[in-house]
Design a protein. Sequence first.
Length: 135
Amino acid sequence: MTRTPETLRTVDAFFERFGAGDLPGLLELFADTVDFDVPGSPDVPWTGTRSGRDEIAGFFTVLGTALTPPEEFTVTATVVDGVHAVVTGRSRFGVVATGKTFTNPFALHFTVVDGKITGYHMHEDSHAITAAFTA
């Protein structure tokens, strides 16, 4: 049985709530336990693995406090296959602590089961982001 429509609805809701800054609504989309990974430099405060909603809330809180509002945030493609969705895009943010900006092509791999995000893997330009975080 394919779950493509359910997966797409959940991913679309993720971006709607993320764009609106609706952290409680965003967290409702995640399962109780999530395979959540954002690899990258330890100089970037949001990298690493997480699992529970409290840890995931911390991730989105750090994004909201360490970065300026986006100068650019564009989704370029969404590919959905069953419970998997990959979203590609480009963003540009400033770093509050350094005043530097970075442009970030990204890919997000979501896994959605029963309308909940059970997997979240962010792939981003860790070199550009690390450079923006270092003085």
